[in-house]
Design a protein. Structure first.
Length: 174
């Protein structure tokens, strides 16, 4: 896989550790396994980050750091993947999860207009909460597991292709 490319994109471990919002994790972020670019750490971090994206709670980054520390996953990859859900993408992603949940449960999709007030949370959320949560769980599971296997396959395929090219070049040089 593009290990050099990922290393260029990834921040230096010290720059992340010194941020005020990561100081809570302190010495745990000093573990070198959290910054290695090996296949297991990167593919699992990507899959876990995609699964975390579908949690409808605003705790993505702290949860991603906790999972990366406990499972020894790559911190830059899991944070980058978690940031796929941002203010520009949150509505389409969660709407797709709602539609998925409604299709799985056999519910009709309701048109709704989001309003940030207590009345809407109390009455407007009622008919959509179950399909929304089922869709979030299903999308997290399917995309997390699917991305793990797909990225793992692509990583192995890229490594094999690179090794074949290296051997061909080595055999043709006099």
């Amino acid at each position: 896989m593009p290990r050099r490319f990922l290393r260029k994109l990834a921040p230096h471990p010290d720059s992340v550790r010194n941020r005020w919002y990561f100081r809570v994790f302190g010495r745990y972020l000093a573990d070198s396994r959290l910054w290695s670019m090996n296949r297991r750490a990167v593919t699992a971090a990507f899959a876990a980050g995609l699964a975390i994206c579908f949690l409808p709670l605003p705790i993505h980054i702290p949860l991603a750091i906790l999972i990366a520390i406990s499972w020894h996953l790559n911190v830059p990859v899991i944070l980058g993947t978690v940031l796929l859900v941002n203010p520009l993408t949150v509505v389409p992603i969660y709407y797709a999860a709602y539609r998925t949940g409604a299709a799985v449960l056999g519910h009709e999709t309701h048109r709704f207009k989001f309003q940030l007030n207590w009345e809407w949370l109390q009455y407007g959320l009622g008919p959509i909460w179950k399909p929304f949560l089922v869709g979030c769980a299903l999308c997290a599971l399917v995309l997390g597991v699917g991305s793990y296997f797909l990225l793992n396959f692509l990583w192995r395929w890229s490594t094999l292709r690179r090794n074949k090219l290296r051997h061909r070049r080595g055999n043709t040089i006099p």
